[in-house]
Design a protein around this ligand. Structure first.
Ligand code: PEP
Ligand code: MG
Length: 315
């Protein structure tokens, strides 16, 4: 334990010196929303919309989608909800979309690539999100998964704008997008780093393969440097950059992410109190020092050890 767990979360994430870091929930199914709101999440940083599309013979109708999305928006009335458009693809195939056989599904037509090849699917989803948002008071942000280029960003932003969705963002999950965060964030309103996929694609290590766990580690300095590059792009454009991968739920790593310039952390709701407690024990300047130590390490073990030894004063 790096901080007192008895501390209760007062509803707003902050460092010891008051620097704000939004602490948000990841939602995989609309039924997760109310428990997450009760657990104190400030909003939703990642609402995965796949639940609506997988294991179905036909795509959901717009009306069906509206009902599902409204359930989450209403649980977070007046608060921020970031909904991610469909992230399916070769490894999460959709019965109603024919897909080519792919030898490397993780590198295939997936995420936004699927949506851009099936514009009617994206169009219907954005229509459903816009209708659900209009019927509720949540501040609805929309983001695309697996964006790799500036052009894809432009296409997604244009599609959102056509539906009156005025806070379009992108997930940064591919190294190319992290390196181009400046021009991408000149077009998109925000970015959210998916550290699960960003780690997988940076390290060329399947995120589901336990035997590669040492490589599939967001503490890898190369991954942290790509997070830093994304934050630099966000700072250049004055755009917020969050993290919504598993890394956000690790309290020690969360401190490093804040030091790198991350403005919100989205995680499984039950992890929020521990992350809040550790953040409340450090100043933002300390976070920056720890981030520098981690990003300048040469190995993941070294990055972790450097930060842990400095944070042990909180034990
Ligand atoms: C990620 O890749 O970090 C992420 C949050 O998206 P998912 O886990 O749904 O791929
Ligand atoms: Mg992902």
């Amino acid at each position: 334990a790096v901080a007192a767990r008895s501390r209760t979360f007062d509803g707003e994430g902050r460092t010891k010196d008051g620097h704000r870091v939004q602490l948000l929930a990841n939602i995989g199914d609309p039924s997760d929303a109310e428990p997450a709101a009760r657990a104190g999440a400030e909003g939703v940083g990642l609402f995965r919309s796949e639940f609506c599309f997988l294991d179905r013979e036909q795509p959901p109708t717009v009306d069906e989608q509206v009902i599902a999305y409204r359930r989450v928006f209403s649980a977070f009335a007046g608060r921020k909800v970031v909904i991610r458009t469909l992230d399916s693809g070769a490894d999460k195939p959709l019965a109603f979309l024919t897909s080519d056989d792919e030898e490397n599904p993780a590198l295939g037509v997936r995420g936004l690539r699927t949506a851009l090849r099936s514009p009617e699917l994206l169009d219907q989803q954005l229509e459903a999100i816009a209708r659900a948002a209009a019927a509720e008071t949540a501040q609805v942000w929309v983001m695309a998964p697996m964006v790799s280029t500036v052009t894809e960003t432009e296409q997604f932003v244009a599609a959102c704008t056509a539906h009156g969705l005025d806070v379009p963002g992108v997930m940064i999950e591919v190294p190319s997008a992290a390196l181009l965060a400046g021009p991408i964030l000149a077009r998109a309103s925000f970015a959210s780093i998916g550290t699960n996929d960003l780690t997988q694609y940076t390290m060329a290590a399947d995120r589901l393969l336990g035997s590669l766990a040492e490589l599939s580690d967001p503490w890898q300095p190369a991954v942290l440097q790509l997070v830093a590059a994304t934050c630099a792009g966000g700072a250049q454009q004055g755009r917020p950059v969050g993290v919504c991968g598993e890394a956000a739920s690790n309290p020690v790593l969360a401190v490093v992410l804040v030091g790198l310039g991350i403005t919100s952390l989205s995680m499984t709701a039950r992890a929020i109190p521990d992350v809040a407690a550790v953040l409340a024990e450090v100043t933002v300047e300390e976070c920056r020092e720890l981030a520098l130590l981690a990003t300048s390490a040469e190995t993941a073990q070294d990055a972790k050890a450097r930060v842990r030894s400095r944070l042990s004063v909180l034990d």
